[in-house]
Design a protein around this ligand. Sequence first.
Ligand code: 5GP
Length: 180
Amino acid sequence: MRSSAPPRGRVLIAAAIIATRVRELAAAVDAAYPDIARPLRLVCVLKGSLIFTADLCRALTVPVEIDTIAVRSYNGAEQPTGDVELVKDVGSSLRDRDVLIVEDIIDTGLTTSFLYEHVARHQPRSLRLVTLLDKPARRVRQVRIDFCGFVIDDHFVVGYGLDHAERWRSLPDLWVMESP
Ligand code: 5GP
């Protein structure tokens, strides 16, 4: 099967809807940093946020720099274990910088709260979070979400950067995966 073939399931959010929402999110982020002195440091949470970060940063007018961070929290399975491990830290100092964590999806909230605490230890000037998707049904740890693309029901979604066992990230639409 070609890697671009869709999984069994249905489109939840089509690419055109995502594109519109990303532009709206970028406008909201721009408005939140009216007098920024140094470029906004985007921290892309690998790998799920890659495509969202790529689109978001190109829709922003505020100057940006891009860094990446990687955590392991899902192990390719559909159920979170609650364990979060830092796999790759940011590559440069965040001290006194305006930092925006760019997440793909917030489910239980465990990954995001780990990331908040970790990035906060870098002593940024300000720390905010944007997530493409918020899936509040299974939240066990409350997290502050400054900018949110879409609130969704408790589905397992793939596409637009999100994977199942490393597949389907390159799908332009977001899909609900019914039978992995
Ligand atoms: P948490 O449960 O800690 O909020 O989310 C942990 C991670 O699980 C997310 O960053 C994301 O990588 C992954 N995840 C949660 N829900 C989904 C989903 O519906 N689809 C995919 N592909 N990954 C998910």
